[in-house]
Each structure stands twice: as structure tokens, then as C-alpha cells.
Design a protein around this ligand. Structure first.
Ligand SMILES: *Cc1c(COP(=O)(O)O)cnc(C)c1O
Length: 446
């Protein structure tokens, strides 16, 4: 590979470590730093950081020598530092803070398997990571070395997947699947590939960022036996894009694994349009497609990282149109209470009338798109019937005429007001009499 345009760093205390150790991921894992004494050999700790590092019950701290070397030792605001070194602000509760803000546990039919969406599941395969992000959305389960998933739980996950044919996409996460012992990861992938209806497998991992030396030829040789395999990495700031990460991503893409990036919008770290633009442009240079930019979850310990949603909209306004479409992620709020991911974006549709739509572009240019007057929805292309997705057709189901309304729980009882039964209260009166496309399923009464 040509010489990288990105830099490499090694903190002074690691200068004399031989390359065969530094470049060995097992050495990186076993030399992680986690106490104030160890960390202060690399960076000058603030009082707030020292206080947090000695607080009881703190979410686990561990930082690889590689990743801590990316920190400017004398800058308390360093964007890499803030992601992995706790401060006293982490100990402050905030309004709406929750332990499991995405209600993942409620959506788990078996331990460690989150089945939230119709055709795909999130499979938590470990609670361990190479280093721990201070804003971790899963800090309720991640990091505890005594609480990892058991063999029996893994078998239950596989059994659930076997009997749930609508699942065509399995997302391995945790914790970080790439810290598993190589043969354990290989076994998980082998078992998933034995299930015929699982079309794609994806891995969500920050290992390439925390410990790029983990991406060895042996690893990519193993992974490429399980195609189609996709991977999302997690980079939040351009300072994390190094020669080593570039090389790891090159190995993964050469093994045929398409790479995406998920980042989190973090106050004081990357809540700035110029930083985000530099980040996404550097990502596409290393062939990583920005996928999601997440609004920070309402999770314990992450209060000080939260920004208003307006900041995210402003960033998206500064990306779309201003840079390559490939470099633009989808800004997303993972809805508290288990609503799932909701895309949020600036508005580009200004108005509409009968057959006109008024749009604006990123420059503020306002234009009219004239819609056809002779479009016949009955002649629209016919597709094959999708796999059944019971009860989750949602707004699209309304458009298809499957049903006419979606009601909050208890709606009918509430509006009944204990009144007497009369002719118009009969539920069958409210069956739609012919909406939607002609061939949609017969609308059903409530
Ligand atoms: C994010 C997530 C997925 C995957 O969502 P995509 O939008 O397909 O990337 C699946 N299940 C759960 C529970 C998730 O949180």
C-alpha cells in the first residue's frame, strides 16, 4: 500500500515498546490503562477526571495504548480524550435519564437478542469492548466482566432465529464482537450461516478504531468465508483517522466487506459543521461510507454530551449538497422508550398543491416540480408480496389501505366515556369502503 496520508502516533511512554508488541492486538488488550495512576503516565489528568476515576460504581474504564496515544496530553478538551476518560460530569444525573433508554430489554424475546424491526435483529454476543466509550448506550450491561452471555443463552438466540423466518439480517454487536476469541466469533458466524433465511450478517465494531492491529489477515480470511458480511465502524472525530485505521479498513474492504460508519453527535467533541465535514470526507477517503449520525441517547453518564437536536439539523444542513452525497450520513434519533430509529433532517419541501411541489435546495434556491397530470396509480408496477411482518406495516400500511388509522393504546376505551351503545358506535361502520390501491388486502374492521 502507498504511504498513508494520515499520521501515526505513539505516546512517549511507549516509544521503546518493540513493534512486534505494539502491533499485536493481544498486547494492546492486556496493556490497557484503567486507573488514574496508569492514565496519568500518558496525560495530565484534571481534578474532575481524577475524581471520576476514583468514584464508586463508575462505568468501566479501559483504554488501549494505541488509542490513548491519539490524545494531546495537555488538552483537557481533546476530542479523543473526552470519549474515553471520565470526568465528574459523568456522575451528574439529568432529567429524562434512563438506564435502558431504548427499551432494548423489553424488545428481547431471548436474552441478548433485540427484535425491534420486522426483518432484522440485533444480537448481543459479548459485553466486552477494546475500550469503553463514556456515552455508551448500553452501559447497563457492557463492561461487567462477570456478566457476559452464556452458552445456553447463545443457543436460545440461535433457536429463536431458526424459528423466526422473517429475520433476514442479523446485526452482531455487544459489547464488541471483534474482541471475542477468533474461534468463538467463527462459531457464531458458522451457526448463523446454517440458517437459510438469514441473508446478511453485519458486525458493529469499534475495534478497528480502538485497536486497528486486530484486523489481521487471519481475521479477514476468516470473515470473508461468511459473505455477504457488512460492517459498521464507529469514528466520531477526524483525529481518530490514522494510518493504522486506514490500513485496517483497506484490509476489510479488500476482503469484500462494505464499511459504514456510525457516529454520535457529542457536545464539545464533534458538534461543529467543519469537524463533521472533515470527518465524513476523511471517512470516504478510507472507503468508509458515513451511515448514521446519532443524537446522543438519554443514558446515564452521558448528560454532558447531549446537544439540542437543532445542532444536528444545522450539521446536516452544512453537509447535504455541500459535499459528496456518499459522505452524508443520516441523522437519527433512537427514540426513547423503544420507538426505534427515527431519521431527522432539514426540510426541503416548502409547499405543495394539486400537482405542484415547491422545493428548496441547500443554497436556498427555490424551485417548482410539476407533477404529471396523467399518472395512473392502478398501472403502477406490481411487486411480489413482501414477507409477512405482522403488525408492523405502520404508516406504509395506512398508505396501502391495510387500515385507516393507528390509535394509541386505550383510545377506544377512553373515548367510550361509559356512554350507551348506539348505531354509530358499531365498529363495523368504520370499515373503509374502498381506499388505497385496488389490490390491497381487504380492510378489516377493528
Ligand atoms: C439499529 C438497530 C438495528 C439496525 O437498524 P438499521 O436501520 O437497519 O441499521 C436493528 N435492531 C435494533 C434493535 C437496532 O437498534
Amino acid at each position: 500500500m502507498a504511504k498513508s496520508q494520515f499520521s501515526s502516533k505513539r505516546a512517549p511512554i511507549y516509544r521503546d515498546v518493540a513493534d512486534d508488541k505494539w502491533l499485536n492486538w493481544r498486547w494492546q488488550l492486556s496493556n490497557r490503562l484503567n486507573t488514574a495512576d496508569e492514565i496519568s503516565q500518558v496525560i495530565t489528568l484534571t481534578d474532575s477526571e481524577r475524581e471520576a476515576l476514583s468514584a464508586p460504581g463508575l462505568f468501566r474504564v479501559d483504554i488501549t495504548p494505541y488509542f490513548i496515544s491519539l490524545i494531546d496530553p495537555d488538552d483537557p478538551q481533546d476530542p479523543v480524550r473526552q470519549q474515553v476518560i471520565p470526568t465528574a460530569r459523568e456522575l451528574v444525573p439529568f432529567t429524562a435519564m434512563m438506564e435502558d433508554s431504548l427499551a432494548e430489554d423489553r424488545h428481547s424475546p431471548v436474552p441478548g437478542l433485540v427484535h425491534r424491526y420486522p426483518d432484522r435483529v440485533l444480537m448481543l454476543v459479548t459485553t466486552q469492548c477494546a475500550s469503553y466509550c463514556r456515552y455508551c448506550t448500553r452501559s447497563r450491561i457492557v463492561g461487567d466482566p462477570s456478566a457476559t452471555f452464556s452458552r445456553a443463552e447463545f443457543e436460545m438466540q440461535i433457536e429463536y432465529l431458526k424459528r423466526t423466518p422473517q429475520v433476514r439480517d442479523v446485526l452482531l454487536s455487544g459489547g464488541d464482537p471483534l474482541v471475542l476469541a477468533p474461534r468463538v466469533l467463527e462459531e457464531i458466524l458458522t451457526r448463523l450461516r446454517e440458517i437459510p433465511h438469514i441473508e446478511i450478517v453485519r458486525i458493529g465494531s469499534r475495534v478497528p478504531v480502538f485497536m486497528p492491529m486486530r484486523v489481521t489477515d487471519e481475521l479477514t480470511d476468516m470473515l470473508q468465508k461468511f459473505h455477504p458480511l457488512w460492517m459498521n465502524i464507529h469514528v466520531n472525530h477526524p483525529n481518530e483517522i490514522t494510518a493504522e485505521l486506514e490500513q485496517a479498513c483497506d484490509k476489510l474492504t479488500r476482503a469484500g466487506i462494505p464499511l459504514g460508519n456510525q457516529s454520535v453527535l457529542l457536545a464539545g467533541v464533534n458538534d461543529n459543521v467543519d469537524i463533521q465535514r472533515e470527518l465524513v470526507q476523511k471517512l470516504v477517503r478510507i472507503r468508509v461510507r458515513p451511515y448514521y449520525l446519532y443524537q446522543c441517547d438519554l443514558v446515564e453518564g452521558a448528560g454532558h454530551f447531549r446537544t439540542p437536536v437543532a445542532k444536528g439539523i444545522e450539521i446536516m444542513e452544512g453537509l447535504r449538497g455541500h459535499t459528496s452525497g456518499y459522505a452524508v450520513p443520516q441523522y437519527t434519533i433512537d427514540a426513547p422508550g423503544g420507538g426505534g430509529k427515527i431519521p431527522v433532517s432539514p426540510n426541503y419541501v416548502l409547499s405543495m398543491s394539486d400537482h405542484k411541489i415547491i422545493l428548496r435546495n441547500y443554497e436556498g434556491y427555490i424551485t417548482t416540480y410539476e407533477e404529471p397530470l396523467d399518472y395512473d396509480p392502478k398501472k403502477a408496477a406490481k411487486g411480489r408480496l413482501a414477507r409477512p411482518e405482522p403488525g408492523q406495516s405502520g404508516i406504509h400500511g395506512l398508505l396501502q389501505g391495510e387500515q385507516m388509522f393507528i390509535k394509541p393504546e386505550g383510545f377506544d376505551t377512553l373515548h367510550d366515556r361509559h356512554g350507551i351503545q348506539h348505531r354509530l358506535k358499531d365498529g363495523s361502520k368504520w370499515v373503509p369502503l374502498g381506499i388505497g390501491s385496488g389490490d390491497a388486502n381487504e380492510p378489516k374492521p377493528e
